[in-house]
Ligand binder design. Structure first.
Ligand code: FES
Ligand code: FES
Length: 156
């Protein structure tokens, strides 16, 4: 089937099997390798992207559900002002070790910030509860999100 959607702000058309996973579409058809696969079962959050502005695990979304929608990946979001600020915050707190989980945490945090997320630790934990990190013990990630919340508030 032919699917039409908006990918990182550009309108695209793709011939795809209806059940092809969005994760595979991004990596194989568009070479957007920032979106990672780990569990492949919706459990780890490594493959998180925004679909019509909401975070989804792209390993569980099929082509047929992307038709007519808007997809934003780490590659697109990281070029925005908010995305650049967020990357700086992760960098400053050394919140990235192997980096495999980073795109998923980045997209989930981006959504949290866009939706008036504040620096309440419990709210941050809840917002990022779908993302797993095997390296950092999470504290540095939470610290970076707190800093990002503060900077967003003062418009940095
Ligand atoms: S690879 Fe999609 S949630 Fe783990
Ligand atoms: S930094 Fe390695 S999995 Fe999170």
């Amino acid at each position: 089937m032919k699917i039409r959607f908006t990918l990182n702000g550009k309108n695209v058309v793709l011939e795809s099997a209806p059940l092809k996973r969005l994760l595979d579409i991004l990596r194989e058809d568009y070479h957007l390798f920032g979106t990672k696969e780990s569990c492949g079962e919706g459990e780890c959050g490594a493959c998180t992207v925004l679909l019509d502005g909401k975070p989804v695990t792209s390993c569980l979304v099929n082509a047929i559900h992307v038709n007519g929608k808007k997809v934003d990946t780490v590659e697109g979001l990281s070029k925005t002002k908010l995305g650049k600020m967020l990357i700086d915050c992760f960098d400053e707190t050394n919140a990235v070790q192997c980096g495999f989980c980073f795109p998923g945490f980045f997209v989930s945090t981006y959504y949290y910030l866009l939706n008036d997320g504040d620096n309440d630790l419990e709210k941050i934990k809840k917002a990022l509860s779908g993302n797993i990190c095997r390296c950092t013990g999470y504290q540095r990630i939470f610290d970076s999100v707190k800093i990002a919340c503060a900077r967003k508030k003062v418009g940095e």
